[in-house]
Design a protein around this ligand. Structure first.
Ligand SMILES: Cc1cc2nc3c(=O)[nH]c(=O)nc-3n(C[C@H](O)[C@H](O)[C@H](O)COP(=O)(O)O)c2cc1C
Length: 282
Protein backbone atom coordinates (compact mmCIF):
# COMPACT_ATOMS: atom_id res chain seq x y z
CA UNK A 1 0.00 0.00 0.00
CA UNK A 2 1.36 3.39 -1.01
CA UNK A 3 0.87 5.46 2.11
CA UNK A 4 1.40 9.17 2.60
CA UNK A 5 -0.37 9.25 5.96
CA UNK A 6 0.17 7.43 9.25
CA UNK A 7 -0.54 3.70 9.16
CA UNK A 8 -3.51 4.24 11.46
CA UNK A 9 -5.37 5.92 8.58
CA UNK A 10 -5.24 2.78 6.43
CA UNK A 11 -8.02 0.85 8.07
CA UNK A 12 -10.71 3.52 8.06
CA UNK A 13 -9.68 4.38 4.51
CA UNK A 14 -10.26 0.80 3.38
CA UNK A 15 -13.69 1.17 4.92
CA UNK A 16 -14.20 4.39 2.95
CA UNK A 17 -13.27 2.59 -0.25
CA UNK A 18 -15.72 -0.17 0.58
CA UNK A 19 -18.46 2.38 1.30
CA UNK A 20 -17.79 4.11 -2.02
CA UNK A 21 -18.00 0.94 -4.14
CA UNK A 22 -19.38 -1.87 -1.96
CA UNK A 23 -17.22 -4.13 -4.06
CA UNK A 24 -13.69 -5.36 -3.35
CA UNK A 25 -10.95 -3.26 -4.92
CA UNK A 26 -7.93 -4.72 -6.66
CA UNK A 27 -4.74 -5.93 -5.00
CA UNK A 28 -2.78 -2.85 -6.11
CA UNK A 29 -3.33 -0.83 -2.92
CA UNK A 30 -4.33 2.78 -2.70
CA UNK A 31 -2.80 6.07 -1.65
CA UNK A 32 -4.27 7.46 1.54
CA UNK A 33 -4.14 10.78 3.35
CA UNK A 34 -6.45 13.16 5.16
CA UNK A 35 -7.59 14.94 2.00
CA UNK A 36 -8.60 11.68 0.33
CA UNK A 37 -10.37 10.68 3.51
CA UNK A 38 -12.53 13.83 3.34
CA UNK A 39 -13.19 13.36 -0.39
CA UNK A 40 -14.23 9.72 -0.06
CA UNK A 41 -16.46 10.47 2.91
CA UNK A 42 -18.65 12.79 0.80
CA UNK A 43 -22.39 12.38 0.98
CA UNK A 44 -25.09 14.92 0.10
CA UNK A 45 -26.72 16.21 3.28
CA UNK A 46 -30.37 17.22 3.07
CA UNK A 47 -31.30 17.45 6.79
CA UNK A 48 -29.84 20.24 8.88
CA UNK A 49 -29.62 21.63 12.41
CA UNK A 50 -30.83 25.25 12.67
CA UNK A 51 -27.39 26.57 13.83
CA UNK A 52 -26.31 29.55 11.76
CA UNK A 53 -23.15 29.30 9.67
CA UNK A 54 -20.64 31.86 11.03
CA UNK A 55 -19.29 34.51 8.68
CA UNK A 56 -15.77 33.18 9.33
CA UNK A 57 -16.84 29.82 7.84
CA UNK A 58 -18.32 31.56 4.80
CA UNK A 59 -15.02 33.43 4.35
CA UNK A 60 -13.13 30.11 4.43
CA UNK A 61 -15.53 28.52 1.90
CA UNK A 62 -15.15 31.40 -0.53
CA UNK A 63 -11.36 31.42 -0.10
CA UNK A 64 -11.38 27.69 -0.92
CA UNK A 65 -13.62 28.35 -3.93
CA UNK A 66 -11.34 31.11 -5.19
CA UNK A 67 -8.35 28.82 -4.75
CA UNK A 68 -9.66 26.62 -7.56
CA UNK A 69 -7.97 26.97 -10.94
CA UNK A 70 -9.65 29.39 -13.34
CA UNK A 71 -9.51 29.26 -17.16
CA UNK A 72 -7.16 32.08 -18.28
CA UNK A 73 -7.67 33.40 -14.73
CA UNK A 74 -10.88 35.08 -15.98
CA UNK A 75 -12.69 34.26 -12.70
CA UNK A 76 -16.07 34.59 -14.38
CA UNK A 77 -18.18 33.45 -11.44
CA UNK A 78 -19.83 34.98 -8.41
CA UNK A 79 -21.93 33.60 -5.58
CA UNK A 80 -24.90 34.92 -3.62
CA UNK A 81 -25.17 33.87 0.04
CA UNK A 82 -28.84 33.67 0.97
CA UNK A 83 -29.84 33.44 4.63
CA UNK A 84 -33.22 35.23 4.66
CA UNK A 85 -35.91 32.60 5.40
CA UNK A 86 -38.49 34.20 3.08
CA UNK A 87 -36.07 34.38 0.18
CA UNK A 88 -34.96 30.78 0.80
CA UNK A 89 -38.62 29.72 0.81
CA UNK A 90 -39.19 31.39 -2.56
CA UNK A 91 -36.03 29.79 -3.99
CA UNK A 92 -37.12 26.41 -2.59
CA UNK A 93 -40.43 26.78 -4.40
CA UNK A 94 -38.69 27.74 -7.66
CA UNK A 95 -36.47 24.65 -7.27
CA UNK A 96 -39.35 22.20 -7.27
CA UNK A 97 -40.41 22.57 -3.63
CA UNK A 98 -37.15 21.35 -2.11
CA UNK A 99 -37.57 21.66 1.69
CA UNK A 100 -33.87 21.27 2.32
CA UNK A 101 -33.33 24.84 1.07
CA UNK A 102 -35.65 26.16 3.77
CA UNK A 103 -34.03 24.01 6.43
CA UNK A 104 -30.43 24.87 5.56
CA UNK A 105 -29.30 28.03 7.37
CA UNK A 106 -27.23 29.07 4.36
CA UNK A 107 -28.00 28.72 0.66
CA UNK A 108 -25.24 29.60 -1.80
CA UNK A 109 -26.29 30.34 -5.37
CA UNK A 110 -23.38 29.91 -7.76
CA UNK A 111 -23.41 32.17 -10.79
CA UNK A 112 -21.69 32.22 -14.14
CA UNK A 113 -20.92 35.95 -14.14
CA UNK A 114 -20.10 37.65 -17.44
CA UNK A 115 -21.39 41.02 -16.20
CA UNK A 116 -18.30 41.92 -14.14
CA UNK A 117 -15.99 41.58 -17.16
CA UNK A 118 -18.49 43.32 -19.44
CA UNK A 119 -18.62 46.31 -17.06
CA UNK A 120 -14.84 46.45 -16.63
CA UNK A 121 -14.33 46.09 -20.39
CA UNK A 122 -16.76 48.95 -21.10
CA UNK A 123 -14.63 51.26 -18.95
CA UNK A 124 -11.66 50.31 -21.15
CA UNK A 125 -13.73 50.69 -24.34
CA UNK A 126 -13.55 46.91 -25.02
CA UNK A 127 -16.76 45.00 -25.87
CA UNK A 128 -15.63 41.50 -24.74
CA UNK A 129 -17.66 39.89 -27.55
CA UNK A 130 -16.01 36.50 -26.90
CA UNK A 131 -18.37 36.24 -23.93
CA UNK A 132 -21.17 35.65 -26.46
CA UNK A 133 -19.81 32.26 -27.56
CA UNK A 134 -20.85 28.79 -26.40
CA UNK A 135 -17.18 28.04 -25.70
CA UNK A 136 -17.02 30.85 -23.15
CA UNK A 137 -20.27 29.70 -21.54
CA UNK A 138 -18.75 26.23 -21.13
CA UNK A 139 -15.66 27.88 -19.65
CA UNK A 140 -17.86 29.75 -17.19
CA UNK A 141 -19.75 26.59 -16.20
CA UNK A 142 -16.50 24.68 -15.68
CA UNK A 143 -14.91 27.43 -13.57
CA UNK A 144 -18.05 27.91 -11.48
CA UNK A 145 -18.32 24.17 -10.80
CA UNK A 146 -14.65 23.86 -9.86
CA UNK A 147 -15.04 26.74 -7.41
CA UNK A 148 -18.24 25.36 -5.87
CA UNK A 149 -16.75 21.90 -5.47
CA UNK A 150 -13.73 23.36 -3.68
CA UNK A 151 -16.16 25.08 -1.31
CA UNK A 152 -18.00 21.78 -0.87
CA UNK A 153 -14.85 19.90 0.08
CA UNK A 154 -13.94 22.74 2.44
CA UNK A 155 -17.31 22.73 4.20
CA UNK A 156 -17.25 18.95 4.56
CA UNK A 157 -13.72 19.15 6.01
CA UNK A 158 -15.09 21.54 8.66
CA UNK A 159 -17.89 19.17 9.69
CA UNK A 160 -20.64 20.91 7.71
CA UNK A 161 -22.81 19.24 5.12
CA UNK A 162 -24.50 20.39 1.95
CA UNK A 163 -26.25 19.45 -1.24
CA UNK A 164 -26.05 20.90 -4.72
CA UNK A 165 -29.38 22.16 -6.03
CA UNK A 166 -29.65 21.91 -9.82
CA UNK A 167 -33.36 22.52 -9.27
CA UNK A 168 -32.75 26.27 -9.56
CA UNK A 169 -32.39 25.71 -13.31
CA UNK A 170 -36.08 24.72 -13.40
CA UNK A 171 -36.86 28.46 -13.39
CA UNK A 172 -33.60 30.36 -13.96
CA UNK A 173 -35.22 33.63 -15.08
CA UNK A 174 -37.36 33.76 -11.91
CA UNK A 175 -34.32 32.93 -9.75
CA UNK A 176 -32.43 35.73 -11.53
CA UNK A 177 -35.26 38.17 -10.71
CA UNK A 178 -35.30 37.03 -7.06
CA UNK A 179 -31.55 37.73 -6.75
CA UNK A 180 -31.52 40.94 -8.86
CA UNK A 181 -29.16 39.37 -11.39
CA UNK A 182 -28.30 41.57 -14.37
CA UNK A 183 -28.15 40.18 -17.94
CA UNK A 184 -25.14 37.90 -18.59
CA UNK A 185 -25.34 36.37 -15.10
CA UNK A 186 -26.72 32.84 -14.85
CA UNK A 187 -27.59 30.85 -11.70
CA UNK A 188 -25.87 27.53 -12.45
CA UNK A 189 -26.81 25.69 -9.26
CA UNK A 190 -27.40 26.23 -5.57
CA UNK A 191 -25.61 24.68 -2.60
CA UNK A 192 -27.24 24.21 0.80
CA UNK A 193 -24.90 24.51 3.79
CA UNK A 194 -25.44 23.64 7.44
CA UNK A 195 -24.63 21.32 10.31
CA UNK A 196 -25.92 17.82 9.47
CA UNK A 197 -28.79 16.68 11.72
CA UNK A 198 -27.37 13.63 13.56
CA UNK A 199 -30.88 12.19 13.87
CA UNK A 200 -31.32 12.07 10.10
CA UNK A 201 -27.87 11.02 8.89
CA UNK A 202 -26.95 10.56 5.24
CA UNK A 203 -24.85 7.60 4.12
CA UNK A 204 -22.12 7.37 1.53
CA UNK A 205 -23.75 6.52 -1.80
CA UNK A 206 -21.80 3.94 -3.80
CA UNK A 207 -20.60 4.75 -7.29
CA UNK A 208 -20.02 2.76 -10.47
CA UNK A 209 -16.98 0.49 -10.18
CA UNK A 210 -13.79 2.00 -11.53
CA UNK A 211 -13.73 -0.65 -14.29
CA UNK A 212 -16.81 1.07 -15.74
CA UNK A 213 -15.31 4.56 -15.89
CA UNK A 214 -11.51 4.22 -16.16
CA UNK A 215 -9.96 3.52 -19.57
CA UNK A 216 -6.24 3.05 -20.14
CA UNK A 217 -4.79 5.01 -23.08
CA UNK A 218 -7.94 5.03 -25.24
CA UNK A 219 -11.67 4.65 -24.87
CA UNK A 220 -13.14 1.18 -25.41
CA UNK A 221 -16.66 0.21 -24.33
CA UNK A 222 -16.53 -3.59 -24.20
CA UNK A 223 -18.45 -6.36 -22.48
CA UNK A 224 -16.10 -5.92 -19.49
CA UNK A 225 -17.18 -2.28 -19.07
CA UNK A 226 -20.81 -3.24 -19.55
CA UNK A 227 -20.55 -6.00 -16.91
CA UNK A 228 -18.87 -3.59 -14.51
CA UNK A 229 -21.64 -1.03 -15.02
CA UNK A 230 -24.30 -3.69 -14.58
CA UNK A 231 -22.71 -4.86 -11.33
CA UNK A 232 -23.50 -1.45 -9.82
CA UNK A 233 -27.23 -2.18 -9.42
CA UNK A 234 -26.93 -4.50 -6.41
CA UNK A 235 -24.40 -2.21 -4.69
CA UNK A 236 -26.79 0.73 -4.96
CA UNK A 237 -29.76 -1.42 -3.95
CA UNK A 238 -28.03 -2.29 -0.66
CA UNK A 239 -27.54 1.43 0.01
CA UNK A 240 -31.18 2.19 -0.84
CA UNK A 241 -32.36 -0.55 1.52
CA UNK A 242 -30.26 0.78 4.39
CA UNK A 243 -31.50 4.32 3.84
CA UNK A 244 -35.13 3.19 3.71
CA UNK A 245 -35.35 4.45 0.13
CA UNK A 246 -37.45 2.74 -2.53
CA UNK A 247 -35.26 0.21 -4.32
CA UNK A 248 -34.75 1.28 -7.88
CA UNK A 249 -32.30 -0.12 -10.42
CA UNK A 250 -29.71 2.49 -11.38
CA UNK A 251 -29.77 1.83 -15.13
CA UNK A 252 -33.55 2.13 -15.11
CA UNK A 253 -33.35 5.31 -13.02
CA UNK A 254 -30.60 6.94 -15.08
CA UNK A 255 -32.20 6.12 -18.43
CA UNK A 256 -35.58 7.38 -17.19
CA UNK A 257 -33.91 10.68 -16.15
CA UNK A 258 -32.44 11.05 -19.66
CA UNK A 259 -35.33 9.54 -21.64
CA UNK A 260 -36.32 12.77 -23.36
CA UNK A 261 -37.23 16.44 -22.96
CA UNK A 262 -40.22 15.47 -20.82
CA UNK A 263 -37.83 14.07 -18.19
CA UNK A 264 -35.94 17.38 -17.77
CA UNK A 265 -38.24 19.23 -15.34
CA UNK A 266 -38.81 22.01 -17.88
CA UNK A 267 -35.08 22.56 -18.47
CA UNK A 268 -35.23 21.46 -22.12
CA UNK A 269 -35.88 25.12 -23.02
CA UNK A 270 -32.61 26.28 -21.47
CA UNK A 271 -31.05 27.50 -24.72
CA UNK A 272 -33.94 29.94 -25.28
CA UNK A 273 -33.87 31.08 -21.65
CA UNK A 274 -30.11 31.65 -21.87
CA UNK A 275 -30.53 33.66 -25.07
CA UNK A 276 -33.04 35.89 -23.25
CA UNK A 277 -30.67 36.24 -20.27
CA UNK A 278 -27.87 37.68 -22.40
CA UNK A 279 -26.05 34.55 -23.54
CA UNK A 280 -26.27 34.27 -27.37
CA UNK A 281 -24.20 31.00 -27.31
CA UNK A 282 -22.77 31.71 -30.77
C1 LIG B 1 -24.94 19.88 -10.15
C2 LIG B 1 -25.74 19.04 -9.18
C3 LIG B 1 -27.08 19.33 -8.98
C4 LIG B 1 -27.82 18.59 -8.03
N1 LIG B 1 -29.11 18.94 -7.78
C5 LIG B 1 -29.79 18.35 -6.78
C6 LIG B 1 -31.09 18.81 -6.41
O1 LIG B 1 -31.66 19.72 -7.01
N2 LIG B 1 -31.70 18.20 -5.36
C7 LIG B 1 -31.11 17.17 -4.66
O2 LIG B 1 -31.72 16.67 -3.70
N3 LIG B 1 -29.87 16.72 -4.99
C8 LIG B 1 -29.20 17.29 -6.02
N4 LIG B 1 -27.92 16.87 -6.32
C9 LIG B 1 -27.28 15.83 -5.51
C10 LIG B 1 -27.18 14.50 -6.26
O3 LIG B 1 -28.44 13.89 -6.31
C11 LIG B 1 -26.17 13.63 -5.51
O4 LIG B 1 -24.90 14.22 -5.56
C12 LIG B 1 -26.08 12.22 -6.12
O5 LIG B 1 -27.29 11.52 -5.95
C13 LIG B 1 -24.97 11.41 -5.46
O6 LIG B 1 -25.18 11.33 -4.06
P1 LIG B 1 -24.08 11.85 -3.03
O7 LIG B 1 -23.78 13.28 -3.35
O8 LIG B 1 -24.72 11.70 -1.67
O9 LIG B 1 -22.89 10.97 -3.20
C14 LIG B 1 -27.21 17.54 -7.30
C15 LIG B 1 -25.85 17.24 -7.56
C16 LIG B 1 -25.14 17.97 -8.47
C17 LIG B 1 -23.67 17.65 -8.71
Amino acid sequence: MNQSAPAAAAEPFDERLWARYRQPHGPEGVAVNGTLDVLLAHRSVRAFMPDLVPQSVLTSLIAAAQSAPSSSNLQVWSVVAVRDPDRKARLAELSGGQRQIIEAPLFLVWLIDFDRLTQLGAVQGVRCDALDYLETFVLGAVDTALAAQNATVALESLGYGGCYIGGIRNHPAEVAAELDLPPKVFPLFGLTVGRPDPNRPASIKPRLPQAAVLYEEAYAWTSAQRAAAESYGPALAAFQQEQGLPERDWIEQATARTRGPESMAGRHVLRDVLNQMGFPLN
